[in-house]
Design a protein around this ligand. Structure first.
Ligand SMILES: [Zn+2]
Length: 177
């Protein structure tokens, strides 16, 4: 048998060890393990990291059909409750960015790892104050358009309450455009 088979716990065991089903008022099952910088949980499978909501889907419903993505109804990236997940096409996930003709290379998703909380706040404020467009922010900080879009639309970094802070700030005039 290959090395590792004896002591490496099965995926389902490693998965449930990091799921908190009780602390969310909305019924979200929150991933308490490692997360990427867009807030999605990640779990190692073999040598790769997979996003936890995808793993949850496969544990409950079976293999994700080719070409489909697992999306959140609840918009909580760290949520792995299968009842909050649904399958969609990449177009469902990013219709906004495609509609605007700003779909950049998939490789740029790797840039999401560079987004820290401080930077998230900075980018949000810059875009909301029209200091820069989402496309300009994506380019300047080497982030994917979808990462910026999710940030600006409150799909990620919810815990920072960016919109509330922005509205409360003295320089927050013109928030509605
Ligand atoms: Zn949820």
């Amino acid at each position: 048998m290959p090395i590792g088979v004896y002591y490496h716990p099965p995926l389902s065991e490693r998965f449930w060890r990091h799921v908190d089903k009780s602390s969310s008022e909305t019924g979200c099952w929150l991933w308490t393990g490692c997360k990427d910088k867009c807030g999605y949980g990640k779990v190692g499978i073999g040598r790769r990291n997979s996003r936890c909501h995808r793993v949850s889907w496969e544990l409950h419903y079976g293999k994700i059909p080719d070409g489909l993505q697992v999306l959140h109804r609840c918009d909580v990236p760290a949520c792995v409750n299968p009842e909050h997940l649904f399958l969609g096409t990449p177009a469902d996930n990013s219709s906004d960015k495609i509609a605007k003709g700003r779909d950049r290379t998939k490789g740029s998703m790797n840039g999401t790892a560079k987004l820290s909380e401080n930077l998230a706040v900075k980018i949000f404020n810059a875009v909301m104050s029209k200091e820069m467009t989402q496309a300009q922010a994506a380019k300047k900080y080497s982030l994917s358009d979808s990462c910026i879009w999710n940030l600006v639309n409150g799909r990620t970094w919810k815990h920072l309450n960016l919109a509330a802070h922005y509205a409360a700030a003295p320089t927050g005039q013109g928030r509605e455009g």
